[in-house]
Design a protein around this ligand. Structure first.
Ligand code: C5P
Length: 235
């Protein structure tokens, strides 16, 4: 199965995104993730621009609404050419099924993955604010099983949960994992983190890495270090 590093392009404008990606000229085009900030600022055209430049695109809009609304919104997104899109599993199986139906209206259907619990959510917050008095791993695995039953391709989760999810849902069910930091670096607002090498040994299929690459003094070197640690055995 394809494993890759996806760079989270959390920039406020298309210009800053393109200026950042220009640093990678002359190399293989990295897989990129566009989140709400950039998509809301630039509109759908940003996806087409990135596809035209040869990038694979994960459109991280985390949809969460009633089934009809999500299905129709996914119908619109299905025409943009993204390779991967997502929603919140907390929206339930009817919403996820409607999303697949909507996404299938375009040409080739992008991979559809579900956010289980945000990697910024701690066990304490899960219990005190979301009123879910169960271990994080149990909650995340249950959401993953529901997503799989609804026909989704995988989940967004912490690398720390990738093994359990593969055991529950099979190796072909993708684990896309943010919450990755180089050894010794600050976790920022992420709570459930590991290193690229750790994510590899835990079985993540894709790691999503933002600030450790975008804010690095040498982003290309940081990206290559990430690829090396994630894809190869000896590092
Ligand atoms: O900068 P950093 O590496 O923390 O970026 C992680 C990226 O992954 C951000 O764009 C964030 O929105 C996204 N993400 C996340 N946790 C999830 C889903 C997406 O951190 N559960």
């Amino acid at each position: 199965m394809a494993k890759d590093v996806i760079i989270a392009c959390d920039f406020p404008s298309g210009e800053e995104t393109m200026a950042f990606l220009d640093k990678f000229q002359g190399r293989a085009r990295p897989y990129v993730k566009i989140g709400m900030e950039l998509f809301y600022a630039q509109g759908p055209d940003i996806v087409r621009r990135l596809k035209d430049r040869g990038h694979s695109v994960f459109l991280d809009l985390k949809l969460h609404d009633i089934p009809n609304t999500v299905g129709r919104a996914m119908g619109v997104l299905s025409h943009l050419g993204a390779d991967m899109v997502n929603l919140h599993a907390a929206g339930g199986s009817a919403m996820m099924e409607a999303a697949i139906e909507g996404l299938s209206r375009g040409g080739q259907r992008p991979l559809l993955i579900a956010v289980t619990q945000l990697t910024s959510t701690s066990q304490e917050r899960l219990e005190r604010e979301l009123l879910i008095p169960r271990p994080m791993e149990e909650v995340v695995t249950s959401y993953a099983r529901t997503a799989k039953a609804a026909g989704l391709n995988g989940v967004v989760c912490s690398p720390l949960e990738a093994g359990t999810i593969h055991a529950a849902c099979g190796d072909g069910f993708l684990t896309v994992t943010p919450g990755v930091r180089f050894a010794g670096a600050a976790g920022d607002d992420q709570q459930r983190v590991t290193t690229p090498a750790g994510a590899r040994s835990l079985g993540s299929d894709y790691i999503v890495v933002g600030r450790p690459i975008t804010q690095a003094p040498d982003p290309v070197a940081a990206y290559e270090k990430c690829l090396r640690e994630f894809l190869t055995d000896n590092n």
